[in-house]
Ligand binder design. Structure first.
Ligand SMILES: [Zn+2]
Length: 260
C-alpha cells in the first residue's frame, strides 16, 4: 500500500487460494508494532499480518496483500489481516483514521471486498479467540463509517430553553418561637399557605419606615383540609422584601408556596 512502510517477514504463503473478499481486525495484546515485528521475524512465531497499526497511527506493511498472511486460520486465504497495538483498549483516533485508510485502499485494490459493513470483521468472528477485545469490536461500525468517508449524523439541535417555573417548590414553615421572616423571591406575586390541620397564622409584609402600617391578615386552617385551606396574599409594592408569619394557635404543619 502506498505510504505504508514495508518490512518483510518470513511467515506467509505466496499468492491467494481464493478471491480476497474481507478484512479482519486484530489486536496485538501487549506488543508495540516494533516488538510485534520482531516476533513475526522470529522463526518460532509462525504468524503474520498484512498490516500493523501503532497507537500513533503508524502503518507498517508486513505482507503484500497479493499473498496470504497467517493470522486468521480458516479465512487467511481470502482476507486481509490488520493488527493493532492495543490490549483490550479502543483504537485511538490516529489508529481509526489509519486503519480506515487501509480499508479504503484495500477495497480499491481488491474489488471483491464489499463496500458495506459486512466486509469488515474481527478475528473472533472466525475462531475461538479473544482477539480483538470488546472495545475494538464496538468500533467496527466507526471504522466502516470512516472508511467510506460518510459523515456522522449531525447532533440534534439543543432543546429549547425550559419555560421558567411557575412555582417554587413548596416549603415547610418552621415557626420556631412563633414568628418567622421569609425573604420574598424576585418576581413573586403571592404566597400560598396550606395546612392539613388546626392552625391559625397571622401574616403581614413589613413596610418601610414612615409608610402605612403593615396590614395583618389572619388565616385559619383549623377546619379545612389541606387542598382547600389556601389563601393567597398579594405582595404589596412598598414592602421590605419580607413576609412575616406568626403562629397564633394550632400546631399543624404549615406549607408555603411562592406564586409568580
Ligand atoms: Zn487476532
Amino acid at each position: 500500500m502506498p505510504g505504508a512502510g514495508f518490512h518483510s517477514v518470513p511467515h506467509f504463503s505466496r499468492g491467494r487460494g481464493q478471491q480476497v473478499n474481507g478484512i479482519v481486525i486484530h489486536q496485538f495484546a501487549g506488543g508495540t508494532v516494533a516488538a510485534v515485528q520482531n516476533w513475526l521475524r522470529n522463526p518460532a512465531s509462525r504468524v503474520s499480518y498484512h498490516f500493523g497499526v501503532g497507537r500513533n497511527g503508524e502503518i507498517r506493511q508486513w505482507v503484500d496483500t497479493a499473498d496470504t498472511a497467517w493470522a486468521t486460520g480458516p479465512v487467511n486465504g481470502r482476507t486481509i489481516a490488520i493488527g493493532h497495538e492495543a490490549t483490550n483498549q479502543p483504537l485511538t483516533e490516529a489508529q481509526l483514521n489509519a486503519t480506515a485508510r487501509i480499508i479504503r485502499w484495500a477495497r480499491g485494490a481488491h474489488r471483491q471486498i464489499p463496500a458495506g459493513r459486512n466486509g469488515l470483521s474481527g478475528h473472533r468472528n472466525w475462531m475461538q479467540t479473544n482477539c480483538p477485545g470488546d472495545p475494538i469490536m464496538r468500533q467496527l461500525d466507526e471504522l466502516q463509517r470512516r472508511s467510506t468517508g460518510a459523515t456522522p449524523a449531525p447532533p440534534p439541535p439543543p432543546p429549547p430553553p425550559a419555560a421558567p417555573p411557575r412555582m417554587e417548590p413548596t416549603m415547610l414553615i418552621d415557626f420556631g418561637s412563633g414568628e418567622v421572616l421569609i425573604g420574598l423571591p424576585n418576581g413573586a406575586r403571592a404566597a400560598r399557605l396550606a395546612s392539613g390541620g388546626p392552625l391559625r397564622v397571622e401574616w403581614s409584609y413589613p413596610r418601610r419606615p414612615g409608610g402605612p402600617g403593615a396590614p395583618r391578615t389572619t388565616w385559619d386552617a383549623s377546619q379545612s383540609p389541606i387542598d382547600r385551606a389556601r389563601t393567597d396574599a398579594s405582595v404589596p409594592s412598598d414592602q421590605f422584601g419580607l413576609l412575616r408569619l406568626r403562629r397564633i394557635s394550632g400546631a399543624a404543619p404549615c406549607y408555603l408556596t411562592w406564586i409568580f
